[in-house]
Design a protein around this ligand. Structure first.
Ligand code: CP
Ligand code: NVA
Length: 307
């Protein structure tokens, strides 16, 4: 049994398979071809933080594949009343076939997985957001082909998305040019997680313009992630210059794409001209969450499928 708790849990070969599979599953969806390999399977979704995309993509995706879903939040389950995570894992995994969790510390999802009888998927933790990077990479490949050897500019917080980009770069052979305000840098040891960050996959720039120079993909995220709301005012001041604008896109490669995992705050981490402009692929990126996660759930439950 396999879990998907961080990007480093899978190899380059597994990602190549998943991207091919996601393309096929997306094609079937787009051509109204019924594909229901997960009939009678149930996905439990546990949300300890808010979500729009993650919930809709997993829920719609599971129904499309013939399965069903159970949606739990901290507020409406015993998770919010201090039932130990180990006990919740034992119980939930006896009644369902696969579990997706969005929570705070990575340690919590790891503990859940340790006591779970079924595969567990990380739907975002403070440290990582692997399903999002899976969708981002698939979107890049759809638009531009292989990402190997390319440069991704990360402008903003050294957060869960940034950490996951670093893991992806080490595994898939591209480079991330990171620019964060001082005090919000990536913690390389934490980003490495279960894997290792290779030295040439990551370069730091104090000036975000320099990080964007020549980049094939420019990407950013909110200044304040969920769980860090108390730091909002301090972050607004610190991040003022880390706003992806047209000048940054102009120094990137001429065919550079712009991505944002969403939700976005126009006028903060990105200008409307960029996110609503011709280089932005954010809506494809959001939609692709569903297609890649369908491929992911199929892989975790059924293994590799011949066609
Ligand atoms: N990008 C993403 O995970 O969005 P939600 O918070 O809406 O799920
Ligand atoms: N970094 C953001 C991503 C939201 C999808 C957060 O953790 O809130």
């Amino acid at each position: 049994m396999k879990h998907y708790l961080q990007f480093a849990d899978f190899s380059a070969d597994e990602y190549a398979y998943l991207f091919e599979r996601a393309a096929l599953i997306k094609h079937r969806f787009k051509t109204y071809e019924k594909y229901q390999p997960l009939t009678d399977r149930t996905l439990a979704m546990i949300f300890e933080k808010a979500s729009t995309r993650t919930r809709v993509s997993f829920e719609a995706g599971m129904y499309q594949m013939g399965g069903s879903v159970v949606h739990l939040t901290t507020g409406d389950s015993q998770l919010g009343r201090a039932e130990p995570i180990e006990d919740s894992a034992r119980v939930i995994s006896r009644m369902t076939d696969i579990v997706m969790i969005r929570t705070f510390e990575q340690a919590k999802i790891e503990r859940f997985a340790q006591y779970s009888r079924v595969p567990v998927i990380n739907g975002l933790t403070n440290e990582f957001h692997p399903c999002q990077i899976l969708a981002d990479l698939f979107t890049y490949i759809e638009h531009r082909g292989s990402i190997a050897g390319k440069t991704v500019a990360w402008v903003g917080d050294g957060n869960n998305m940034a950490n996951t980009w670093l893991q992806a770069a080490s595994i898939l052979g591209f480079t991330v040019h990171v620019s964060t305000p001082s005090g919000y840098e990536i913690d390389e040891k934490l980003a490495a997680g279960a894997g290792a960050i290779s030295a040439n996959s990551y370069k730091f720039y104090s000036n975000p313009m320099d990080a964007c120079r020549g980049a094939d993909l420019v990407t950013t995220d909110v200044w304040t992630s969920m769980g860090y709301e108390a730091e909002n005012e301090a972050r607004k001041a610190a991040f003022a210059d880390w706003c992806v604008n047209e000048a940054m896109m102009a120094v990137a490669a001429p065919d550079a794409l712009f991505m944002h995992c969403l939700p976005a705050h126009r006028g903060e981490e990105v200008m409307a001209e960029v996110i609503d402009g011709p280089q932005s692929v954010v809506w494809d990126e959001a939609e692709n969450r569903m297609h890649v996660q369908k491929a992911l759930m199929e892989y975790l439950l059924l293994g590799r499928i011949a066609q």
